[in-house]
Write a protein that binds this ligand. Structure first.
Ligand SMILES: NC(=O)c1ccc[n+]([C@@H]2O[C@H](COP(=O)([O-])OP(=O)(O)OC[C@H]3O[C@@H](n4cnc5c(N)ncnc54)[C@H](OP(=O)(O)O)[C@@H]3O)[C@@H](O)[C@H]2O)c1
Length: 249
């Protein structure tokens, strides 16, 4: 299966990884319905690619999803959807900022579940499709400061992996994408070392290769994500010792 003539739905196309996915898909002949809140950036992308349809949508708002799927997208069916939009904030000085935790859960977890529900209804009626979610390798290994971010992504991964089993009988294939460090405006804000960082163009190629092969997970870059997965399998005392060392760097 090639991307040409496929219809895609991608969230978070106005920046970083999502923009990389959108550009790759349009260049390879797909028609892409892409979302974000930044209307000016959506319009700028639409003027670059005639096969791109911009959609203003805040993924944390149920009414936005309903407006979009019950009006704008009623007559459209999708071959592949990528729930990529997300955000990251860190906790500092061991202070639990409850508003920050709520924000991350509302976007990274609940917002994606709203989208999944809308896409499941649509794809079930149109006879099947693929839904991918952008989780994170942060979900493999609990790291200090990333408590809220990692928990929101771990919840998303858990939900997706379990739900994929139920969704299979309806002809829907699910995939969880776990990137390492990808150079984007989000990671540009980080103030700590980010080993083995790759570009959003490199990730986009791996994502579409994996989705077209119907993979259940895509971990990229392979060495970095494998190391995190191995650390995640160590006894908790070792994991916390490593995490403590990271906090000091
Ligand atoms: N970069 C990395 O190293 C890395 C690693 C692992 C996982 N990830 C995940 O990859 C995804 C993309 O990250 P990125 O690095 O590309 O970040 P980014 O450059 O900040 O882009 C985030 C995208 O998500 C959209 N977005 C955020 N909140 C939204 C909301 N409430 N409603 C609709 N759209 C929203 C933004 O669009 P608007 O501002 O226009 O709404 C933007 O297009 C995230 O889920 C992130 O957690 C990133």
């Amino acid at each position: 299966m090639m991307l040409a003539n496929k219809t895609l739905f991608i969230t978070g196309v106005t920046s970083g990884i999502g923009e990389g996915l959108l550009r790759h898909a349009c260049v390879h002949g797909a028609r892409v319905y892409g979302c974000g809140r930044n209307e000016a950036k959506l319009n700028a992308l639409a003027s670059e690619y005639s096969s791109f349809v911009p959609i203003v949508l805040d993924i944390s708002k149920h009414e936005d999803w309903r407006r979009c799927f019950c009006n704008q997208l009623v007559d459209v069916s999708f071959d592949i959807a990528i729930l990529n939009a997300g955000t990251c904030e860190y906790l500092d000085d061991a202070h639990i900022d409850v508003a920050l935790v709520d924000r991350l859960v509302a976007t990274n977890f609940s917002g994606n579940i709203l989208g999944m529900q809308m896409l499941m209804d649509k794809m079930t009626h149109s006879g099947g499709g693929t839904i991918a979610v952008m989780s994170s390798s942060a979900a493999f290994f609990p790291m200090p400061r990333a408590e809220a971010y990692g928990a929101s992504k771990a919840a998303l991964s858990y939900f997706t992996e379990a739900y994929a089993v139920s969704a299979k009988c309806k002809g829907i294939h699910f995939c969880t994408i776990n990137p390492g460090f990808i150079k984007t405006p989000l990671t540009d804000k980080n103030d700590f070392p980010m080993p083995m960082m790759v570009s959003s163009e490199q990730l986009a190629k791996k994502v579409f290769d994996g989705l077209l092969k119907k993979k259940a997970t895509i971990n990229y870059p392979v060495i970095f994500t494998s190391v995190l997965r191995m650390i995640g399998c160590l006894p908790v005392n070792f994991r916390q010792w490593i995490a403590g060392r990271m906090l000091k760097t």
